[in-house]
Design a protein around this ligand. Structure first.
Ligand code: F1P
Length: 339
């Protein structure tokens, strides 16, 4: 097997705390529209950046008490009436490339209809940032790999900063700079665990469980497994998993529990039940988990910490299957359509 460092994906996952640092430094300067100029915030993107939108929308609403929603850009383009009301809306468009056709078209239509202000979070100065009133361009998050890793984490931190600014939580903004060093530590501390589980081809399915903000991140972690390793993978809210999908749990299933602090008891109950059904459990959380952050960070800032070990696990599984994680089958880095 070629050494890991021969792959862009590996190097980008490992180097991502530097991109986190850049996102944190850059985002403090974002200028937001006045809070009374919109009644809801709508986050949108495609694939990975839609899952980022799901996490950001939950965080936005939790922090500001104002409505926060997420929608795939393709859906905002085709069915805007399912999320837009007569009220003014802040649209936060998220795109690594800034050139995904659905995202651009959806933003153009939103602007033409004068629905409200538009912000962009991206890694390139390109079409999307040109469309937005103001943008966060995290160029350090740029990557060569097709599956989003450091780009996702750095754009996610920019979205977290945006939510903190909207909620006027300078106290939380001030502790964010401590996150990159914790990310570095986790990548070292849990590399062997990521390699053990990622490298074990006895496992045939991966299910990721997460509540609230962590549901969007569970969807993203599941997509990494699908994109990099051509493996069936899915994601659910913890309690939802009992309502049918748990029928599939067996010895070939890995259940990844992205534990919160707030609902740990309910979440751990689900993991214990799945362990009894023969599933292999991998838990992540601040403490009392297989991957324990011991971050000392407020809970609403811990989301990014769940990503590195799970990205690396997908990377190692890709190598174990003899695949090239830099070039996932059937995928291109950007989806451009003739709409
Ligand atoms: C988003 C996207 C994802 C896909 C993959 C490549 O593009 O196409 O949908 O999962 O990660 O990127 P972008 O609009 O974020 O550039």
């Amino acid at each position: 097997v070629t050494g890991e460092s021969a792959y862009h994906t590996y190097n980008e996952i490992l180097a991502q705390p530097k991109a986190w640092q850049a996102a944190i430094d850059r985002s403090g300067g974002l200028s937001l529209p006045p809070a009374d100029s919109y009644s809801q915030a709508l986050f949108t993107g495609c694939g990975s950046t839609y899952y980022l939108s799901l996490a950001a929308a939950a965080l936005y609403q939790e922090l500001t008490g104002k409505a926060g929603r997420a929608i795939p850009a393709g859906e905002l383009l085709l069915n805007p009436h399912t999320v837009l009301t007569g009220e003014s809306t802040l649209l936060v468009a998220i795109s690594r490339s800034g050139t995904t056709t659905e995202t651009l078209r959806a933003v153009e239509n939103f602007k033409a209809a004068k629905r409200g202000p538009v912000l962009a979070i991206t890694t390139h100065n390109s079409s999307l940032s040109a469309l937005a009133e103001s943008s966060l361009v995290i160029s350090e998050g740029q990557e060569k790999s097709v599956a989003q890793t450091r780009s996702f984490a750095s754009m996610y931190l920019a979205a977290v900063s945006l939510c903190l600014l909207a909620a006027e939580r300078g106290d939380l903004l001030r502790v964010m700079p401590g996150l990159p060093a914790i990310g570095e530590r986790l990548l070292q501390q849990y590399d062997a665990l990521a390699r053990d589980i990622g490298g074990n081809l006895a496992f045939e399915r991966f299910t990721f469980l997460g509540n609230a903000i962590l549901y969007g991140l569970a969807r993203e972690a599941s997509l990494k497994v699908t994109e990099m390793t051509l493996t069936q993978s899915d994601a659910f809210h913890f309690l939802e998993f009992r309502h049918g999908p748990m029928s599939m749990v067996d010895a070939r299933t890995v259940i990844v529990g992205m534990l919160s602090e707030k609902n740990a008891a309910q979440e751990e109950a689900v993991l214990n039940e799945m362990r009894e059904k023969g599933g292999t459990i991998l838990s992540l959380g601040e403490g009392g988990a297989d991957v324990a952050f011991a971050s000392g960070m407020p809970e609403c800032l811990r989301g990014v910490l769940y990503l590195p070990v799970l990205q690396m696990m997908a990377f190692y599984r890709s190598l174990a299957k003899g695949l090239n994680p830099d070039r996932p089958k059937n995928l291109e880095a950007v989806v451009t359509l003739d709409l």
